[in-house]
Design a protein around this ligand. Structure first.
Ligand SMILES: [Zn+2]
Length: 175
């Protein structure tokens, strides 16, 4: 049985405490349903990787994948300000766009946060972000509260193939 360690559970509680109550409630209901389904649990255990995000971290995330605006040295300077480790020159992650929101503009930047990101914890302790599994989790979250928007279905029309940008781990309230 896949369960969180005490430290992981404490981190999850701390993350949820900095997220808007409606979103935290929808996440919690979805998580309980997921944990009650053995087949879903085989895909991993949903875990919040980030709820509230500082403006400094948002600025560092925005700098990723935009080397003309933010050469590696500048990207790593922003990461240091945010308390994040540097990327190496070989890093493919450094070249990947992960957000279109500048500092202060993300729904993660509110306090409490309007957004949270989810990964799937595996039995070996690793995290995965399988799109299919995250879509199944998104259905449970949206069933719990239809106001929550999934980052793979921004227009919440139930389709993910009509989006230019998929942020599979991302869930947010927009108002
Ligand atoms: Zn997010």
């Amino acid at each position: 049985m896949l369960t969180l360690s005490k430290a992981q559970a404490a981190t999850q509680a701390a993350q949820l405490a900095l997220v808007r109550p409606e979103l935290a409630a929808a996440y919690t209901v979805a998580l309980e349903r997921w944990m009650g389904d053995r087949k879903l649990l085989l895909l991993g255990l949903p875990i919040i990787t980030e709820g509230h995000r500082s403006n400094a971290t948002q600025a560092a995330y925005y700098a990723q994948g935009r080397p003309l605006l933010y050469p590696l040295a500048e990207l790593n300077r922003l990461r240091k300000v945010a308390g994040l480790g540097p990327f190496s020159a070989k890093s493919t992650e450094a070249r990947r766009i992960i957000t279109y929101q500048q500092a202060g503009a993300s729904n993660h930047n509110h306090m409490p946060s309007w957004a949270l990101d989810v990964a799937l914890l595996q039995a070996d302790g690793s995290l995965t972000w399988d799109a299919g599994a995250l879509l199944l989790f998104a259905r449970l979250v949206r069933a719990a509260d239809a106001r929550v928007v999934h980052g793979a279905d921004w227009d919440h029309d139930g389709r993910t193939d009509d989006q230019a940008f998929h942020d599979w781990p991302h869930f947010e309230l927009t108002a």
